[in-house]
Ligand binder design. Structure first.
Ligand SMILES: *Cc1c(COP(=O)(O)O)cnc(C)c1O
Length: 386
């Protein structure tokens, strides 16, 4: 058995990253300033979007201001998969709008354009597709549908920095929200980025993420905030400080190498798990895309051996191996079931996966030998060996 615990995710932080954060801390300017601006510029260039980018304290904060900028509120419907991080659904409800859940493909966990189209009504204000686990959602038909219906699209790109769809990086077009939470492919500790080619929308996002002030206070970074700034509308406080943004600048420069490392480890999992029928890796979409391998998800189907997912995860943990669940379907969470009345049975593929998915350890600093140990432990758990 492993001597040390292998978590399912661990950020990749170098001594140079630590030194760069220290430098910002000693510079006399630690909140949002030149480093945040550099991070925005670099990320915009990386994804190839010709619009702008706004760094925020989390993808959740970014989604909050995006929904607010679209003026989504009571009477509106927002289409999203239920198999997503629940923050999106919470924000829709907090805005006073109604989440309309669409089922996902059973094998990719991605909401299909057909299901999204079937969910559109005259009340639909926005669609939030999720690029799941690092694979791309099928954006072309979704964009066409949205344009035809006059509905906004906000891509949940939390898993997909470096993901490509039909030869373009996620974030290249339209509006996307990235996350830099510690488990994501690059991290700033906590953080996020709203990228958009819609200038008017982005101006709203910029104001709303900082008190609703009508000037970008950080243009005057050397003097601090402009005392002349006027509140144009009530806003929030989601700006990303330079202390964190500097980590983003450094991590983004390594994202391709880190994602390649994730790919190699994922391929090794696939190879080693071939023939282990009780743990089924996800399938891949048929359209052209490049995976960012944010997560390596399997479905635990070991009922015949008397092992459910909880037992499977517990047994791995006993063997010093961490795992995670991404995600429990939002419509099955207590509030959404008890208070909002969403029911099991409404989204069969989502529910089947929500009960079985398990994320195995995957992060760039993992070794091949770690993958082999995880697979050996899985085989042990399945056969009931001690
Ligand atoms: C992590 C995540 C988010 C939220 O990101 P934060 O930066 O933690 O707010 C949103 N959606 C998905 C799919 C995520 O995995």
């Amino acid at each position: 058995m492993r001597k040390d615990f292998l978590p399912f995710s661990r950020p990749s932080i170098t001594d140079e990253d630590v030194a760069a954060v220290g430098e910002v801390m000693r510079s006399g300017w630690i909140t949002t300033g030149p480093k945040a601006a550099e991070f925005e510029t670099n990320l915009l260039k990386y994804v190839g979007n010709e619009g702008g980018a706004v760094a925020v304290m989390s993808a959740t904060g970014g989604m909050h201001v995006a929904l607010a900028a679209l003026k989504i509120g009571p009477g509106d419907e927002v289409i999203t998969p239920s198999l997503t991080w629940v923050s999106t659904v919470n924000l829709i409800v907090l805005a006073g709008a109604r989440p309309v859940f669409v089922d996902v493909d059973k094998d990719t966990l991605i909401a299909t354009p057909e299901r999204i189209e079937a969910a559109v009504t005259s009340r639909t204000k926005a669609i939030i597709p999720v690029h799941y686990a690092g694979a791309a959602a099928d954006m072309e038909p979704i964009r066409k549908l949205a344009a035809a219906k006059g509905v906004a699209v906000i891509e949940d790109a939390a898993h997909s920095i470096g993901t490509e769809y039909r030869g373009e990086r996620v974030g290249r077009r339209g509006t996307s929200v990235f996350s830099f939470h510690p488990i994501k492919n690059i991290t700033t500790g906590e953080g996020g980025m709203v990228v958009s080619d819609d200038a008017a929308f982005l101006d709203e996002v910029k104001r709303l993420k900082f008190h609703g002030l009508g000037v970008d206070a950080f243009d005057r970074k050397m003097q601090g905030r402009s005392p002349q700034a006027q509140v144009m509308q009530p806003g929030f406080k989601y700006n990303l400080p330079d202390m964190l943004a500097v980590l983003g600048v450094r991590q983004l420069a390594r994202v391709d190498a880190m994602n390649e490392r994730r790919r190699a480890l994922a391929m090794r999992y696939r190879e080693k798990l071939a023939g282990v029928d009780e743990v089924m890796p996800l399938g891949e979409p048929k359209y052209p895309f490049k995976h960012a391998w944010h997560l390596f998800i399997v479905r635990v189907c070991a009922e015949k051996r008397g092992i459910d997912r909880a037992k499977f995860m517990e047994e791995l943990k006993k063997r010093n191996i961490g795992s995670g669940i991404h995600f429990v379907a939002a419509h099955l969470q207590k509030y959404y079931a008890d208070v909002m009345g969403f029911r099991r049975g409404s989204l069969p593929n989502t529910e089947w996966n929500s009960d079985r998915i398990c994320s195995l350890p995957l992060f760039p600093d993992m070794k091949e030998g770690d993958v082999d140990e995880v697979v050996a432990a899985i085989k042990e758990v399945l056969t009931g060996a001690a």
